[in-house]
Design a protein. Structure first.
Length: 436
């Protein structure tokens, strides 16, 4: 009996191993076939590099700002040149023109960033003693500038994550004169937190400081320093836009491809790499004679506002064959960038597509080797919106040390990782729909 069990286990192991080897070979052959199929310029490293340089050159991509609108105009031109039917979806976003945000401790000045929704310091500085927030001890925070120390997992770069917003509201309710949140993304600078448009205004000014300033702030707390905070900003309502581009016979079920184009700062590795992969797929899809709809959405950092608009205008789930979403950090680099692409990137798919998805993404720079099924319910960002709306969705997203940081620029973006992602998606779409 024992011998039979051992033999059975060995046979199963050999069978599974042979299956994985076969799948791996299949995946590599599909990508190589795509590279050699006349699409060399679409998937060339030079094309990806040029798109990344262009995105970075447009500056800050905050929803509705000049950089975001310039991105809309650039993508419109690209789609029209490819023969797509192009339109805009417009929606308003509340924003602020930030003129100054400074925290002064003695002879040191820290550049901080107001957390949206912005509450200015009413034309003058707030001067008060620094105090570290501790919910477990009873302290008098009345009139103090209260420091909340965090790590990435407290908030995941999202103000509405878990109980984090409630924690900040509790600090506000304590009588604090202002709040300073220390973010520790890994970039050294402050990390802005996504803020849905529906969030109520703060009772007191709330600003963000980076980990490079943490030691100065904690020393100021230990010495019970009196500090000054000044936030000068004016409220404004801006028009943000989704770019919607359609091609192919509209009588067929649509294959939808989406990516966010907006973010807090320049966001070259966070958003630019996704846009570059998105445009590579758009150029490739223009040759496929299939019904494709591409959505480049603004409003991401304001509670996925553009995704909500897109869902309202998109075909119903039963009219969509697949919704493919390219989320954050498609080709982001680690810290230092010489370490290569970040390993905290994930591909999400349906469980029945796991084998082929694994085969096509297994050798990616920095990870993506083991895709996760959407049925686990651990999606993030806009992919969650599409999955919850009932679409057959797949997608990718990830975290990086530069996520939502002002120093996320071209130097933090990997051309190779971005190209790999686009190639793998094109190969998967070919496999799923070439026989239709």
């Amino acid at each position: 009996m024992k011998t039979r069990i051992i033999v059975s286990v060995i046979c199963v192991f050999v069978f599974v191993s042979m299956g994985l080897v076969g799948l791996a070979y299949w995946g590599e052959s599909r990508i190589q076939s795509l590279e050699n199929s006349g699409h060399a310029s679409v998937f060339s490293k030079q094309t990806f590099a040029e798109d990344l340089v262009k995105f970075d050159s447009l500056g800050v991509h905050r929803s509705g700002t000049s950089g975001d609108v310039a991105t809309t105009q650039w993508l419109e031109q690209e789609f029209k040149a490819l023969g797509y039917r192009v339109r805009r979806e417009s929606f308003p976003v509340s924003s602020w023109q930030i003129d100054e945000a400074l925290l002064t401790l003695g002879n040191k000045t820290i550049n901080v960033f107001p957390q949206f929704p912005v509450k200015p310091t009413a034309g003058q500085s707030i001067t008060a003693e620094l105090r570290l927030w501790n919910a477990e001890t009873k302290q008098d925070y009345s009139g103090k500038i209260v420091v909340v120390d965090t790590d990435f997992w407290d908030h995941r770069g999202d103000l509405a994550w878990g109980d984090f917003h409630q924690r900040i509201m509790a600090v506000s309710d304590s009588g604090a004169a202002a709040i300073v949140i220390i973010t520790r993304a890994g970039c050294g600078r402050y990390q802005a937190l996504n803020a849905p448009l529906a969030l109520p205004n703060w009772k007191v000014p709330v600003v963000l400081a980076g980990e490079s300033d943490a030691a100065t702030l904690l020393q100021g707390i230990a010495e019970k320093q009196t500090v000054s905070l000044r936030v000068s900003a004016s409220a404004q309502t801006l028009d943000a836009f989704n770019v919607v581009a359609q091609i192919g016979p509209s009588s067929e079920p649509a294959i939808v491809v989406s990516t966010p184009q907006s973010g807090w700062f320049t966001t070259t590795s966070e958003r630019g790499t996704g846009v570059a992969a998105f445009m590579a797929l758009a150029r490739w899809a223009a040759t496929q004679n299939k019904h494709y709809i591409f959505y480049s959405n603004s409003g991401h950092e304001r509670g996925n506002a553009g995704a909500h608009v897109a869902i309202k205008s998109a075909p119903k789930p039963e009219q969509v064959a697949l919704w493919l979403h390219i989320g954050a950090n498609a080709g982001a680099l680690g810290v230092p960038p010489s370490e290569g692409a970040v390993k905290t990137r994930f591909v999400m798919t349906n469980w029945w597509q796991l084998p082929k998805t694994w085969a096509l993404f297994r050798r990616h720079t920095g990870g993506l080797a083991w895709p996760l099924p959407l049925e686990l319910g651990i999606t993030a960002g806009e992919l969650t919106e599409y999955h919850n709306a009932g679409y057959a969705a797949i997608g990718s997203f990830g975290a990086s040390p530069w996520h939502h940081c002002p120093n996320d620029r071209l130097e933090q973006a990997s051309v190779a990782a971005t190209r790999e992602l686009a190639l793998s998606y094109a190969a998967l779409l070919t496999e799923l729909f070439s026989a239709d």
